[in-house]
Design a protein. Sequence first.
Lengths: 551, 184
Amino acid sequence: MYRYDEFDQTFVDERVAQFRDQVARRLTGEIPEDAFKPLRLMNGVYLQLHAYMLRVAVPYGVLSSRQLRQLAHISRRYDKGYGHFTTRQNIQYNWLKLEDVPDVLADLAAVEMHAIQTSGNCIRNTTADQFAGVAADEIEDPRVYAEIIRQWSTLHPEFSFLPRKFKIAVTGAPNDRAAIKTHDIGIGIVQNAAGETGFEIFVGGGQGRTPVVAKRIRGFLPKRHLLSYLEAILRVYNQLGQRANIYKARIKILVNTVGIEEFTRLVEDEWQYLKDTALDLPAAEIERINAYFAPPAYDTLAHDDPAYEEKRLTDPVFARWARTSVHAHKKPGYAIVTISLKPVGGIPGDATAEQMEAVADLADRYSFGELRVAHEQNLVLADVRQRDLHALWQQLQAHGLATANVGLLTDIIACPGLDYCNLANARSIPIAQRISERFADLNRVHDIGRVTLNISGCINACGHHHVGNIGILGVDKKGTEYYQVTLGGSADENTEIGKIIGPAFDEHQIVDAIETIIGTYLEIRKNGESFIDTYRRVGLSPFKETLYATH
Amino acid sequence: MPLIKDGKIARDPWTRVAADAPPPDDDALLVPYEIWKEHRDELLTRNGRLGVLLASDHPPQLIAEDLDRLDLVALEFPTFKDGRAYSYARLLRERFGYDKELRAVGNVLRDQFSFMHRCGFDAYECADATAADGWAKALSEISQVYQPSTDRRRTIGALRHQRPASRTDSAVPAAEIVCSSWAY
């Protein structure tokens, strides 16, 4: 993984000192809250309903075991002993005291981490495929380019006061696990006819109150032009993006207003001035960053480990977990493991300090001391020998981390909602908890099969409800929480926005409504058909009929 | 409004022309773009120095042809959150080759000095007179930069590719090729 050198370390240390000074000036009253707000936001500090919240950047979701232990330590020392992994591959602490934040940032800097640009109208943490570097379908490792973008975008002098926040995602595989088309800029690594790798660039995707699938602005961009092309897009947006109305300020609105052809022309014109300048990305720099992501020292193993196969045959509970949590690895004899942070009745994405420490230990023992955060709010051990899977599973069980529901109905994405967030209209967490309790029977969940269920507590869509196969959006109707249901969304390479099925449900009806939708699917599915396939075949109406007939 | 140049409070020799008044006969006139647009030909015949003030929805292309006649361009930040002028400043310096005074006016705050300086501003009208005291610190508290900009500071990338091959960090291979295009 990427390691800080003295330049990166000096930078974060200076940044901690700078914020320590700003907090001191705030606490003495020298800086009033309105002037302090932009300063704290640039360091990831929000003022939420009950306390300060700190959002820590986990660049493209990659963590070392040492970093995860430090995150556990921070949660124990300064918070309530847990942290919340987010859909942006970051981690949030919800109960911090402002006067402690400089010390938290210093603890983060000690393990090469920070909270810079996790908030504010700037370029946010660049996200990537959580299976980067190990996926069998990968063309090239997207982390290399996510790291290059991270450095370029850090305290960018021109783009720190954009019309609105700006999110970039990178995938290196044709099967898109990074949801790139729901981002302001989505970057896919592709190969051209000559066999060279470069980038396919999408622009103007996003969720929020106006969900839009990103449009292609360039089919093939040679690697060395990556930063100049991004700078051209950002410069056009910085000048022409709407600033008067925050709901129309994202780049997707600009792209839709001027049209993708005109937007492309503006960017290409700007780029003529920026390409072949100091922004040019030399092969030596790509090589230098690439070396950090060199594969670990894998053992030479057979393709299918007999011990793993035998355990699956003899231990059905293990086999059930393996079916959902274990994914194909590009190296023979190895596997990728997703650790579900979605236990029955739990809060999606939450992990206690003890769980974080346990996962750090397991990463050391079984996966070269590294792990990833997935945007589905789970953790990933990317390099586990197949022969170790059974032992790993047993130890995960001991820490409540072996729920066999990854990719299934109860692997729910949910935002913090009204329990924490001052933007929310409705609670998300209790709805997620009640759905997972209703569907606590894993045999049933496995029978239902692959389906995504995403919950947002307001139209800002942090819970990605638009792109869930089943989406739930919390709304406020005259002081009462209601939940609007959408069907048919998806966040992969066939990204689609879900359609609203009909009138919203109150908090007592919503779990029944989900059960009715699932029941309808089970009735009408054809052999081997997943929920989304059935939906694409039949559309909304069968679901609508059963849902509203009973109400 | 105090004017900060080179980290010090400076005397401001410029007279700002009010929107509804005819241009006075001062030596140095700072003319808002609306008035400039209307009286440009007449103003260009003056012997005195001229400057133009652009609001945040006035891109610098509007005055590109006149830049060789201007000694001051002022770019307005109606609020510190409106970052359009950062792009305008870079365009003026890097694309149009403007090399006279480039002044930030409006909601100019100490904590933005460093960004502004990097984008080519060299003068700042700042409501907070004490901000000048924090000038040096604002520019130096983050000592290195990651990306090239108008200030042509050597980036971390440039420094990395020029340093000697010995390293303490063994995880990094010695791909120590000096690469001139990455460096300014």
